[in-house]
Design a protein around this ligand. Structure first.
Ligand SMILES: [Fe+2]
Ligand SMILES: [Fe+2]
Length: 347
C-alpha cells in the first residue's frame, strides 16, 4: 500500500529523482496505522522518509512500532504490558543483545497464568509469535550454557569437517533457504537466505559500493548451514558471548568466545578472504566487541577492522523483516559473490 502511495505522491519536481527512486525501490517500512507522530503532523509520511537514509528510516519505523504497540495494549495488565513493551523496545532498538533481552523478558512459561493469556489470545499470529519466542528463549538458554569445554568440543567436531564436499559456491549460499535462525524473534520462520538477501538489498538501496561489505552482507551467516547437519540450534544460532576474557592487547582471539555459526563460517571462508573480512565473519555477533566492551583486548589492526564490522552490524540487524520479500539483482549479487569465492569450493 505504501508503495502505491509513494508512487502517486512522489513527483520528480518534489524530490531529487535519484534519491527518491532509491527510497521508493527500497520499500521503506510502511507507516503503521494509528502511529501518527506529532513531529510529522500535516506532513505526508513519505516526505519525511524521503529525507532519511534507509537506516534512519528503519530506526524511525521502530519508534512508530513501539508507539503503536503501546497504544494497542491498553487492556493488558500493567506488569505484563511493561514486560512485553520492554521486549518490543529491545526489538525496536535492534541492539545486539535484543534477542537475549527478549528471551529473558518473555520467559513466561515460568508463569503459567500469564503464559496462558498469550497462548489463548484470539489472534493466531500472536500465539504463534509467542510460541516462537518461548522456543527461542530455550535456544538462547542452551547457547548461554556453553563452557570452554563445549567450545573445544564443537571446534574439534566441526572446524575441519567437510559438509557438502565440492559445491557450487552460489548454490551453497542458496542452502540457507533451507534453514531459519530459531533464536531470531524478528525473522521468525523466515529463511536465512531471505535474510541475507534483505541485507544485500538494503545495502544496494543505500548505494553501498564497498564490495567487502556487500559480500559480507551475503556471506556472514553461511555457517548456519550447519543446522542442516544435525547440530543443535543453540550451538549454531544466537549471538556469541565471551566465556573467558583474553589478554590486553593480544586480540579478541585471546579470549574464549562461545561457538556458533560465526566461528564455523570463519573456518570455512578464511582461506578465501582478507584477514579483515574473515575477522568480521568470525565475530559478527559478538555484541560486547561492537560496543567497545573488548577494546582493551584489540590489536591495532582490529580497531580498524571494527569499522567494517559495525557497518555490517547495522544492515544485519536493521533490515530483518518477516514479511518482506527482497528484490535483488541476482547477476549483480553473483558478481559480488565471485569477487571473493570461486565457482566451486570445498565446504
Ligand atoms: Fe549471524
Ligand atoms: Fe545475519
Amino acid at each position: 500500500m505504501l508503495e502505491a502511495q509513494v508512487s502517486s505522491l512522489a513527483q520528480p519536481s518534489m524530490v531529487p529523482p535519484t534519491r527518491a527512486q532509491n527510497y521508493i525501490a527500497c520499500q521503506c517500512p510502511p507507516h503503521p496505522p494509528g502511529a501518527e507522530d506529532s513531529r510529522h503532523v500535516g506532513i505526508p509520511y513519505w516526505k519525511s522518509i524521503m529525507k532519511m537514509s534507509r537506516i534512519q528510516c528503519a530506526e524511525e519505523f521502530s519508534k512508530f512500532s513501539l508507539q503503536a504497540f503501546q497504544s494497542s495494549e491498553k487492556d493488558v495488565q500493567d506488569d505484563e504490558t511493561q514486560m512485553v513493551q520492554e521486549s518490543v523496545l529491545a526489538l525496536s532498538l535492534k541492539s545486539a543483545s535484543s534477542d537475549f533481552v527478549v528471551s529473558k523478558a518473555l520467559r513466561l512459561d515460568n508463569h503459567t497464568e500469564e503464559a496462558l493469556k498469550f497462548r489463548n489470545a484470539p489472534n493466531g499470529n500472536d500465539r504463534d509469535a509467542f510460541r516462537f519466542k518461548i522456543a527461542a528463549s530455550r535456544v538462547y538458554d542452551a547457547s548461554r550454557s556453553q563452557t570452554a569445554e563445549t567450545v573445544r568440543n564443537l571446534s574439534a567436531k566441526w572446524d575441519r569437517k567437510i559438509l557438502f564436499g565440492k559445491i557450487n559456491s552460489w548454490e551453497l549460499l542458496e542452502k540457507l533457504s533451507l534453514t531459519i535462525d530459531a533464536s531470531d524473534n524478528v525473522l521468525g520462520s523466515t529463511s536465512q537466505y531471505i535474510h541475507v538477501l534483505q541485507v544485500f538489498e538494503a545495502m544496494v538501496a543505500d548505494d553501498v559500493t564497498d564490495k567487502r561489505l556487500l559480500f559480507l552482507g551475503l556471506a556472514h551467516d553461511i555457517g548456519k548451514v550447519l543446522s542442516l547437519f544435525g547440530e543443535s540450534d543453540g550451538n549454531v544460532d544466537c549471538s556469541t558471548f565471551v566465556i573467558k576474557p583474553g589478554v590486553a592487547g593480544k586480540g579478541v582471539n585471546s579470549s574464549i568466545v562461545s561457538w556458533n555459526h560465526d566461528e564455523f563460517g570463519y573456518q570455512k571462508l578464511k582461506d578465501y578472504l582478507s584477514q579483515e573480512m574473515a575477522w568480521v565473519v568470525r565475530y559478527h555477533s559478538l555484541y560486547p566487541l561492537l560496543v567497545g566492551g573488548l577494546d582493551e583486548l584489540l590489536l591495532p589492526e582490529e580497531h580498524e577492522w571494527k569499522k567494517l564490522l559495525q557497518k555490517l552490524w547495522e544492515y544485519d540487524h536493521l533490515f530483518k523483516n518477516s514479511k518482506h520479500i527482497p528484490v535483488v539483482d541476482a547477476e549483480y549479487a553473483k558478481s559480488i559473490w565471485h569477487e571473493y569465492l570461486p565457482k566451486e569450493i570445498m565446504f
